[in-house]
Design a protein around this ligand. Structure first.
Ligand code: GNR
Ligand code: NI
Length: 173
């Protein structure tokens, strides 16, 4: 049980490809527990391990952040199918604080993963869960939601960020 520091842009770790977990044991469960504590402390609904500097394919999600009731753990998540229909959601990211943008993604997806105990599972997700899973699986590949924005929008964001903080001048996105 520990709250870790969340890595924020600009940081090249966020672009690192995370590696599969070979075995779900005590160490991995400890990682998931720490990720959950960290996510709750930051008021997020999802967190990928790389956001606390661990390049492993591990994700935690709890859409019910207010009463901390529905934690979900995903080890080695793979999206096995995506719906043709798309949906826009206003996304945020704990690694890009204070920035929100509408992103269009498949409205439903199917995923295959190992749970907290290393058991193989599949899940069909829709709504915010589908969006959140896709956002987290992107993190495992070094992809951030701002990558889906047009260059113009990225430039506007960069300008806004640079006004907030001088050291964001070197932000590369
Ligand atoms: O807390 C988060 N909220 C959120 C809102 C819309 C779409 C995705 C997310 S995930 C984000 C936490 C985070 O950065 N996870 O990687
Ligand atoms: Ni994120």
């Amino acid at each position: 049980m520990a709250i870790k520091k969340i890595i924020t842009e600009p940081n090249k770790l966020l672009r690192k490809i995370s590696l599969p977990v070979e075995n779900v044991g005590k160490k991995e469960q400890q990682l998931m527990d720490d990720m959950l504590d960290t996510m709750y402390a930051a008021n997020g609904i999802g967190l990928a391990a790389i956001q606390i500097g661990v390049p492993k394919n591990v994700v935690v999600i709890d859409l019910n952040k207010d009463n901390k009731k529905l934690p979900m753990f995903f080890v080695n998540p793979k999206i096995t199918s995506k719906s043709k229909s798309l949906k826009k959601y206003e996304e945020g990211c704990l690694s890009i604080p204070n920035l929100f943008a509408e992103i269009e993604r498949p409205s439903e997806c199917e995923i295959q993963y190992l749970d907290y105990f290393g058991k193989e599972k599949t899940l069909t997700a829709n709504g915010l869960l589908a969006t959140c899973i896709q956002h987290e699986v992107d993190h495992l590949k070094g992809i951030l939601f701002i990558d889906y924005l047009s260059k113009l929008k990225k430039d506007i964001i960069l300008k806004k960020l640079s006004k907030q903080k001088i050291d964001q001048k070197r932000l590369v996105i």
